[in-house]
Write a protein that binds this ligand. Structure first.
Ligand SMILES: Nc1nc(=O)c2ncn([C@@H]3O[C@@H]4COP(=O)(O)O[C@H]5[C@@H](O)[C@H](n6cnc7c(N)ncnc76)O[C@@H]5COP(=O)(O)O[C@@H]3[C@@H]4O)c2[nH]1
Lengths: 186, 186
């Protein structure tokens, strides 16, 4: 089952390495940030992991929704991995504007393994259609949720956000979905 | 099948992005290298991808075999991926000494997805034993070989090296295996 392995890969090869260091990285970022923006007043100190059901993840959120803008990158993490010296891991910080024009800061990214599911559904001999891909995305989400629930090192350091397909042509579908999840945790 | 998805992920999310740029990166590295070492006289301009059958990949080759030493990192590649701005990809260059004490330069790393296979066999509820893991490594190797054979962008830019288990306690098992493959291509 492709999704099963990708969820484990995402946890063992990434989340387990980066989530324990996230809070310190945010603290360093705030200390260095000249605008003195605060993650605490509005936003989240957890990694928001977006899981779009259609698996077609964008590479730049601001192209999808202009209420989202890139704010900066957290300090990079460097780890020796499988023969690659000082492999770099970093997260991007985004500003998300709500309907009252207030700004929320959050660290977020799409779940990269979804790009593999999408890519496989495009390659004819990977043996993978669009219906199967959707099923695999749901399986990826459930498996990842279960793995993270059992993980002590990652507890309270992430938020998994399953995104339904865009409804119609709402240009602020993405920011609204994110803000809804940010409010839920307060 | 876990290995099937991991092979596709390794290709779609990594090799397909980095292999086309490898030769230029090596050229830049040689130009900047004060020692003026040459990849052309002895060594390889292909990415050596090591696939150890026991999946227990080391993070530092020199810890395994002191005929191998870290030489430097190629110029980093930065790509916007799934919301991570300027995600960094880099390869490490190693010096490998042969039995006549001559030095060969090569770009190599362990196939990172093997770390996932190894990790899964250690987590009790991933549902994965050691015998199954070995089978998955072979399946990973065969699937990856087939994907790369079909890939125009990656042609001639890599060498897949399947490593059997260390025979006994040969401290130079790894360097010998690599050198054997380097000679094969001449
Ligand atoms: N040697 C090596 N150097 C790299 O820079 C690299 N980047 C990816 N990979 C391997 O390629 C495949 C596809 O990667 P993808 O990004 O879809 O999944 C990745 C991705 O979802 C997440 N991840 C890993 N590193 C990062 C990172 N730096 N930023 C964001 N996500 C990351 O965790 C998954 C597993 O990572 P790895 O277990 O290291 O192996 C990957 C994987 O087998 C790499 N392998």
């Amino acid at each position: 089952n492709v999704a099963h392995g990708l969820a484990w890969s995402f946890y063992l090869g990434y989340l387990r390495l980066v989530l324990p260091r996230l809070d310190d990285n945010i603290t360093t970022f705030c200390a260095q940030d000249k605008n003195n923006s605060s993650f605490l007043s509005r936003g989240s100190r957890k990694l928001l992991i977006l899981v779009p059901l259609n698996a077609n993840t964008s590479h730049k959120f601001e192209d999808e929704d202009n209420n989202i803008s890139f704010y900066g990158n957290l300090p990079k993490v460097e780890i020796n991995r499988a023969g690659v010296r000082q492999r770099v891991f970093k997260h991007s910080v985004y500003k998300v504007k709500d309907e009252h024009n207030r700004v929320h800061l959050c660290v977020m990214e799409n779940a990269t393994p979804l790009l593999t599911l999408y890519g496989m559904s495009q390659e004819s001999y990977a043996g993978f259609g669009e219906a199967e891909r959707r099923h695999q995305v749901k399986l990826f989400y459930r498996t990842l949720q279960e793995i993270l629930d059992h993980s002590l090192e990652c507890r309270n350091r992430y938020k998994l956000i399953l995104l339904n397909d865009k409804d119609g042509n709402d240009p602020h579908f993405l920011s609204k979905a994110i803000l809804q999840h940010l409010e839920q945790q307060e």
